[in-house]
Design a protein around this ligand. Structure first.
Ligand SMILES: [Mg+2]
Length: 335
């Protein structure tokens, strides 16, 4: 069997078996947003790594090198945020053409430094190698957290409400507009394009949520709500229901509704790379908490559903009243 047949999560299952360890300092291993390693009695290290491949994850016709550097750091900071941690150190590994200009390389590193320093993170080293193939950019970020503050994908419980920050779907709309290469639309959908090119990791928001809210499980929306909710449900052994009427829809995403065969529900549920936060939490005092959060960050915090017992499955209640199975149709690797 090849990787295309098995998919990313089938592969993770197989590799988890292969590298299984009972090391006492590994608190969370493969399968979450970051690995959690004991640092001291009450503190942990968080370690994550992400790779961006030219023409798979980015198109050099769309990104400046500064934006590429920013995004490479941001996607890793987002994974540290999704565990409830504070990022600290970044390591970079690049495979690039020997014909890449020195100015481009320096501009990419300036972008990395700008994004990292916004979140008190420093780039501490890396490796550069020449390649004849597409550009491959890898970053690993190390963060810290209090052990009791970390949140994983596996802590959702039946009765939790499901909430999301921001407006998922914007980045997916942005990349689709960029592909169309229509200058009027580029102007009209500028906010969505920026969300794809320069996503902002929700590092500060995640720590606030954990500090002040009753957050049980947390993940960043990298593959799309439908897929990322499945990750939480699988890891927590629970089911879920999403209410279509409650989904936060940005006006730009709404305006994409009548384009081609994709409606705005598709963008909101299946669009990836927004790097918003998807969480499950206790419902007590939610309306007060939502008000405080939104006033502090100028960012929506929207209740979109509820966690159910596992036997209920994962479903969506449409505006028509019909309840359907919610399929994980977000970004798929090796498909
Ligand atoms: Mg993640």
């Amino acid at each position: 069997m090849n990787l295309k047949g098995i998919g990313e999560f089938g592969l993770i299952d197989q590799l988890s078996d292969l590298i299984k360890t009972d090391h006492p300092d590994l608190l969370v291993g493969i399968g979450d947003d970051a690995a959690v390693i004991r640092k001291s009695e009450n503190d942990v290290w968080l370690v994550t790594i992400d790779t961006m491949v030219e023409n798979t994850h980015f198109d050099l016709n769309c990104f400046s090198f500064h934006q590429l550097g920013q995004k490479l750091i941001a996607v890793n900071l987002s994974d540290i945020a999704a565990m409830g941690g504070q990022p600290q150190f970044a390591l970079i590994s690049l495979a690039v053409s020997e014909h890449l200009s020195l100015d481009s390389m320096k501009e990419m590193y300036r972008g990395m430094k700008d994004m990292a320093s916004r979140y008190q993170t420093i780039v501490v080293g890396g490796d550069t190698t020449a390649t004849l193939g597409p550009m491959v950019l890898t970053c690993s970020v190390i963060g810290i957290a209090k052990k009791e503050k970390i949140r994983t994908r596996s802590q959702a419980i039946s009765g939790d409400i499901i909430c999301v920050t921001g407006y998922p779907g914007m980045a997916a709309v942005g990349i689709n507009i960029l592909k169309q290469n229509d200058s009027d639309n580029k102007l009209k959908y500028n906010e969505c394009i920026n969300r794809h090119l320069t996503p902002e990791p929700r590092v500060i928001e995640a720590r606030f949520l954990i500090e002040h809210g009753d957050i049980h499980s947390l993940i960043d929306v990298s593959d799309g709500i439908s897929s990322d909710l499945h990750h939480i449900c699988q890891m927590s052994s629970v089911g879920a229901i999403i209410f279509e009427r409650d989904l936060p829809i940005h006006s730009c995403v709404f305006n994409m509704e009548n384009r081609k065969d994709r409606n705005c529900l598709h963008w909101v549920l299946n669009g990836g790379e927004d790097f918003e936060l998807l969480m499950t939490m206790g419902e007590n005092n939610f309306s007060d908490f939502k008000h405080t959060f939104e006033a502090k960050f100028n960012l929506p915090l929207t209740k979109i559903g509820e966690i159910l017992p596992a036997e209920e499955g994962i479903k969506i209640k449409r505006n028509s009243g019909k309840v359907e199975q919610l399929k994980p149709e977000g970004y798929k690797h090796f498909c």
